[in-house]
Design a protein around this ligand. Structure first.
Ligand code: SF4
Length: 528
């Protein structure tokens, strides 16, 4: 019986466990004192070889595979023209642009915008190791590659749009335009007046000369070179700031020389209002988004703080990138102007924007000034032959001038001060006017503007406009919140434009991964 029980696995195991526990307890108590348990030691100093199957470092549906596959479809010849290492010739082979593009796209998607960080990640992160084949990648190569191929990168962006368009992800039926402010790589206190910049350039020159004159005893050669380089770079930045100041003067943008400031860190950055109400050195990133799948169809970085003049150039960029004009463009109040409404009409593009509620403005304005309903402007009679108004008391209001604002032209008329001061109903008409007579405006709208206003009162147009925030702001949120691009890591309009392009290009590839590769490509790869 005992032998039979011993053959049963559960019984034998229980006996064994009991014996081990019992023995351990007796050993612990041996000699009347408890013994400490022993653990495996963790040795972080040891060096060892490990077999790594690079292909198996990441899962079949990992986004790094999708990025590699997608970038592999692109024509990268724009990057290969300068490569001197060619087949049959001596010399170290160059890094494949497919790898460098894939690394930057994967890195931006992970919120990594630093070449140095990518270099480190390539040493241990499985996705980066899979991309590189576990080889090292130098941060300088990555850094140069990001900003030294402007036309190739722009060409890549257009190619990607072509692929997404061919895949049915872009229709251009409705395109949203929005601007987002991204902080420049410059501090608010780096802004100086022209006078201060000129003084700083003189000081920088003196310091460079002082470093030149130092003897070897005073400083080692390497340290001297480093100091010289730092001083020279500072001087170049200051000279660039002075050039930017002179450019602003030539444009007529400098109204007060003492108050106008330019950043000595990033001279092309501008102080712009932020969403939180504060002000900071920034760039304005204009993004056009196709409404069908929220694909970015155009991007440009501008120095203007407002968006009024950005609608037409945005449309031009969409046409350039895709060879077609969108049917409809939707933008917020920052883009609604008389010129933009007329221009969109001329181009045959339907413009959807917020409606201007003039009636509401008028009512509150009258209430604020205590004007009785009998003396609202609608009670004044216009005489086209004399281009003047007559008030309910029969006094004339003569033409004073015109004003163009947003989408309309306003003509201003005013009564003689003496008439109003002597008027028995002044308290109901213009009680607050102590030194001038009553004024009113006649607003004249262009047919295009009147049509726009009428359209924007319809429920259909309002419904389309309500989609704007969600679609237009989706890429902005991705770029800032998911990719972490709240501040540029490079300086100057051109480089900043390229960084914005990398982020938008990454965003579009992510859209393709989500809508095409995950549904079709990854499954096919896994089952192959
Ligand atoms: S206050 Fe002037 S504008 Fe108004 S009713 Fe009298 S005269 Fe006319």
């Amino acid at each position: 019986m005992a032998n039979e029980r011993a053959r049963l696995p559960g019984w034998a195991s229980a006996q064994e466990n009991y014996s081990v526990t019992d023995r351990a307890a007796s050993e612990k108590e041996e000699g009347g004192r408890a013994r400490k348990p022993r653990f495996q030691q963790i040795d972080r100093e040891q060096l060892f070889w490990r077999m790594v199957n690079v292909e198996r470092l990441i899962a079949q549906d990992h986004p790094a595979r999708a990025i590699w596959e997608f970038v592999g479809k692109l024509d990268l010849s724009g990057y290969t023209g300068e490569i001197r290492a060619v087949e049959g010739m001596a010399g170290r082979p160059a890094l494949n642009p497919q790898l460098l593009v894939s690394l930057w796209v994967y890195a931006y998607g992970q919120g990594v915008g630093s070449a140095r960080a990518i270099e480190q990640l390539c040493e241990w992160d499985p996705a980066y190791q899979w991309l590189t084949g576990a080889a090292a990648v130098n941060a300088h190569w990555l850094s140069d590659f990001r900003v030294q191929h402007e036309s190739a990168l722009k060409g890549l962006f257009v190619q990607i749009l072509g692929l997404l368009s061919a895949d049915g992800l872009i229709t251009l039926e409705r395109v949203m335009q929005d601007g987002t402010k991204i902080r420049a790589s410059a501090a608010s206190d780096s802004f100086r007046s022209k006078e201060r910049i000129e003084q700083a350039i003189e000081q920088a020159q003196e310091q460079v000369e002082a470093v030149d004159e130092m003897t070897e005893e005073e400083s080692s050669r390497r340290r001297t070179q480093a100091r010289e380089r730092a001083q020279r770079e500072r001087q170049e930045r200051l000279e660039s700031a002075l050039e930017e100041f002179e450019k602003l003067e030539a444009e007529g943008s400098v109204k007060d020389k003492k108050k106008t400031r330019v950043s000595t860190t990033d001279p092309q950055a501008r102080v712009m209002k932020q969403p939180d109400g504060g002000f900071a050195p920034s760039y304005n990133v204009q993004v056009n988004t196709d409404a069908t799948n929220a694909v970015i169809v155009a991007v440009e970085v501008v120095q203007a703080g407002n968006d009024f003049e950005q609608l037409t150039p945005g449309l031009d960029r969409v046409e350039h990138n895709l060879g077609e004009t969108p049917d409809q463009v939707v933008a917020d109040g920052g883009y609604v102007s008389r010129d933009n409404i007329v221009e969109m009409k001329l181009r045959g593009v339907e413009f959807i924007g917020p409606q201007c509620d003039e009636a509401g403005k008028g009512k509150s304005s009258y209430e604020g000034r205590g004007v009785s309903p009998e003396y609202h402007s609608s009670r004044f009679v216009y005489d086209a032959t004399t281009d003047s108004f007559h008030c309910p008391q029969g006094k004339q209001l003569s033409y004073e001038g015109k004003e163009e604002r947003n989408s309309q032209v306003s003509y201003k008329y005013r009564a003689a001060m003496a008439d109003c001061q002597a008027c028995p109903v002044k308290a109901q008409c213009c009680a607050g006017n102590q030194v001038t007579g009553r004024s009113l405006q006649r607003t004249e709208e262009l047919a295009e503007v009147a049509e726009f206003r009428h359209k924007m009162q319809t429920e259909e147009a309002r419904k389309i406009y309500r989609q704007r925030a969600q679609i237009a702001e989706t890429p902005n949120l991705w770029i800032k919140a998911k990719f972490g691009l709240r501040q540029f890591s490079v300086r100057g309009l051109t480089k900043v434009g390229l960084e914005a392009l990398w982020a938008c290009l990454t965003y579009n590839i992510r859209v393709w991964i989500r809508l095409r590769w995950r549904r079709e490509g990854a499954v096919a790869t896994a089952t192959a």
